[in-house]
Design a protein around this ligand. Sequence first.
Ligand code: ADP
Ligand code: MG
Length: 728
Amino acid sequence: MESLDLKISGMHCESCVRVVEKALRRAAGVGDASVNFAAGKASVIYDPALTSPELLVAEIVNKGYGARVIEAVDTAGDDRLYHEEVRALRTQLIVGAIFAVPALVLGMSMMQAPPWWHGYALWFLATPVQFYVGGPFYRGALAALKNRSSTMDTLVTLGTSAAYGYSLYLLLFEGGGADQYFETSAVLITLVVFGKYLEAVSRRRTSEAIRKLEKLFPGEASVIRNGVEARVPVGEVDPDETVVVRPGEQVPLDGEIIRGRTTLDESMVTGESIPVARGEGDPVIGSTINREGVFSMRVTRVGSETMLARIIRLVEDAQMRKAPVQRFADRVSSWFVPAVIAVAAATFLVWFFLLDAEPGFALVAAVSVLVIACPCALGLATPTAIMVGTGMGAAEGILIKGGAALETAGSLDHVVFDKTGTITRAEPRVTAVRVREDAGERRCIAIAAGLERGSEHPLAAAVVKKAEAEGIEPLEMDGFTAHPGRGVEALVEGTRYRIGSVRFIAESGTDTEYFRETVEAFEREGTTTVMLAGEGGPLAVFALRDTVRPDAADAVAGLHAMGLRTAMITGDNERVARTIARETGIMSFRAGVLPGEKADVIAGLQREGRVAMIGDGINDAPALARADIGIAMGSGTDIAMEAGDVVFMKDDLLSLPRAIRLSRLTMGRIRLNMFWALFYNVVGIPVAAGLLYPWTGWLLSPMIAGGAMAMSSVSVVLSSLMLRTKKF
Ligand code: ADP
Ligand code: MG
């Protein structure tokens, strides 16, 4: 299966989305497809053996929409499509205004005994609006009809054609007179186009965050080739080439510093506003800004593999994925249009036959119903808010992978922390070493460091560093095996050694009694204790201390303030866990948990509510996957970016309460949007149908209905944009 993104043009509302989605899903070889109205994009999972991008494009074109395959990161194409769309709408709007405004003036000014040409003049003015400006509505309605569905275009076409057709009938067969609705239809169409124009312009602003990221792509790099420096476009630089970066320049690609030191402004990628110091061997991220030093770097990733490209892809994907609340809007709009047509028909029939109203009066009421009831605002309520919300997160280094993650993050009950690397910095230091009387300390450290060189665990790095500090050369080992959450084993000079938790050593059949008191003393101090054992028994214990992140307590307090419960899971010993829980204020903890069991602990908590798990993604991926949402904190490591539903680019625990607050804000906004979108319809329909007329004389003119409909979409998009003014 492969995935593909398509840019779709010509979609007017949520009903169009369903048409395109259905067409794609029904096409041969398509696994899944989802369409985002606000972004004008479809993403498709397909089997390349059964279909091709070209066939899928044809499938959509067949339904009356435009489609184009989106290449990896395609800013220019997106811009072009947007400008085309806006230009087309603007032309329609101008032509509409040129004819509709005089029609309106003429129609209103001479109500009593108009001259014979009056009706013909209006006909002349209304016709270009009806068929040129309104052309896209006719085409959309036809396309929908072909698919045996109905859309907003259907409503607009039906309403305005009825007004236009009836007026024409009066003019040609009844001698015209004052009774005509040409200007109604012309003004209505122009207003709807005006609304669509405003909507297109403001909708674009909802995806501003992505465009800001896309603008970050550096243009050129100074590459050293054959000993000479040359400026070349970034796209021509290959991995492993050496690039020089000077102060004030953008780092062109991801890489590693090979010479020099500097401070980098990484805020555009991680949201971290304080510049970070980087020296030899440190990774650097493309598009960040070099503040001070000159340095040379080896390029490690280019093109779509770079961090920036991946972040953009991730955010774009996120905006494509529908939030479960969206299903509500989809369901409503799927029966809304037919229901509205029925209500409009009933309105006409009741007024005309039962209440003996003039046919013109009955028609006006029916047209107003058709127009006011259009569910287009409802279709915009969710996707625009999600685009704004995820964009706001991305700007702060908080990547939320889609509407579902956002929705869940907004309704959590419990947050579970992994200890190492999440609550603590994962930079432990060896604070004490105790060895068996008959074993030399230097030799024990040499063996321990030899084993730990094979492991990626932070504790392992600490042991290796300890050896370095003492000037001890780690011994060669082979036959290395890692036991996640327990320790490692390997052969050194033909003897099997193990290093890991006391429990691991004990369970592998070694009597740990010799060190019992030492271990107890270490653990009482709240240090992590690791034991080294050979074939003859335990050889040494290492006490390791990790520092708690300074922001951990604040983050936990922030969560508690939002009414969330907190817990910590760790593979470390009980006493360490207790000390850290006390320091940070975490409500409860589970110690001595193996990586595989972490998922079970999460499952247990899920019985009491929705659970988020936050970890570094390194050995807690199953737990992250098991939780309702997994939050990965890893300053942008590959694993973390893969593993989490929410990813923090900034190495900062305060991102956690912020992410949850942002999710709650966005969900609140979606609900508000939906309320307003439906409110317009629900209040508008009875008024438009003339329900209040007998008592108050109120009847919604179709023109006002058109204005209200246009404004309802615009106001929903604006409401989503207003999210950006909120602090989170
Ligand atoms: P956490 O749950 O805090 O992330 P882990 O599950 O990674 O911790 O590890 C749990 C325990 O297993 C550690 O506290 C340590 O005692 C032991 N351990 C795991 N890997 C190693 C290793 N490479 N070297 C030494 N000890 C290890
Ligand atoms: Mg861990």
